[in-house]
Write a protein that binds this ligand. Structure first.
Ligand SMILES: Nc1ncnc2c1ncn2[C@@H]1O[C@H](COP(=O)(O)OP(=O)(O)OP(=O)(O)O)[C@@H](O)[C@H]1O
Ligand SMILES: [Mg+2]
Length: 261
């Protein structure tokens, strides 16, 4: 029986993440011109738009990499100020950037635990922050098994790995965070067929666990397969939102290119 009043249709719960009228300018470039966006708990939203539409800038603004010029961000209906990536993370927002955002000189394990390292117990661990490398490697191996996504030699520096391998490190890292919002900028672009399928499965599992997932992708057929809704951006604004039953490749392309107004 449902007793939570939030589940009553007359008072739907607010989106887990909502962006209202975000503007972001870089000197003379208006990358975002009053963009709106929202994702609910337990859904996958596809975010599409031509090159330069503002998708990555929107994600980076939500994650505290860029400070918005103006506009509002709400988490579970409450206005928040996200002025650094660590604040975003504390709010449960995990991200895999298009340019991955990994530290190339560190190993995969070190990247996975960046900012949340496990220290050794006892006086020395607590006082000097000595790292418990075995525990971190163990958790990494466990996460790889859980997510069915292998990382070749997790102790290797990620800067020496291929693009696809680095992408897996980023995705495992975001999935390990157990956030309520997961933002993925081109998550499968550098992956082979098999890894792509596993990432898609992993994204569905994360969605079914109740998180809101946002996927930026230029692969429209792939996205139409997995997304519950698709938001279309053009020239720094959201110009359309399609529900699953309205997905249509030609329509999406037309709206993206501005042929359909
Ligand atoms: N750091 C920056 N400094 C100046 N201009 C920027 C910066 N980042 C993005 N832009 C500009 O903002 C606009 C939006 O770029 P953004 O990277 O958000 O697009 P995108 O939708 O992610 O495109 P793509 O599909 O190619 O990844 C572009 O005109 C881009 O040149
Ligand atoms: Mg981009």
């Amino acid at each position: 029986m449902l007793i939570d009043s939030q589940t009553d249709e007359s008072t739907p719960s607010p989106p887990v993440l909502e962006v209202r009228k975000i503007v972001k300018t870089f000197r003379h470039v208006e990358a975002l011109r009053g963009a709106d966006f929202d994702v609910r708990a337990g859904e996958i939203v596809g975010l599409v738009g031509d090159n330069g539409a503002g998708k990555s800038t929107l994600i980076k603004t939500i994650c505290g990499v860029y400070e918005p010029t103006s506009g509002t961000i709400l988490v579970n209906g409450k206005e928040v100020s996200i002025d650094s990536p660590s604040v975003a993370r504390r709010l449960g927002i995990e991200v895999v950037y298009q340019d991955l955002g990994l530290a190339p000189d560190l190993s995969a394990v070190e990247n996975l635990f960046l900012g949340r390292e496990i220290v050794l117990g006892g006086k020395f661990g607590q006082l000097f922050g000595f790292l418990n490398r075995r525990a971190m490697l163990h958790e990494t191996n466990e996460a790889m098994t859980r997510f069915n996504l292998e990382i070749v030699k997790p102790t290797r520096e990620v800067g020496t790995m291929s693009g696809g391998q680095q992408q897996r490190v980023s995705i495992v890292s975001a999935a390990m965070g157990q956030g309520r919002v997961l933002l993925l900028d081109e998550p499968t672009a550098a992956l082979g067929v098999e890894a792509r399928r596993r990432v898609t499965d992993l994204i569905r599992t994360i969605r079914d666990g109740g998180a809101g997932v946002v996927i930026i992708s230029h692969d429209l057929p792939d996205l139409m397969e997995i997304a519950d809704r698709i938001h279309i951006m053009r020239q720094g604004q959201r110009v359309a939102v399609l529900d699953r039953e309205d997905f249509d490749l030609e329509l999406i392309v037309d709206i993206m290119s501005g042929a359909f107004v």
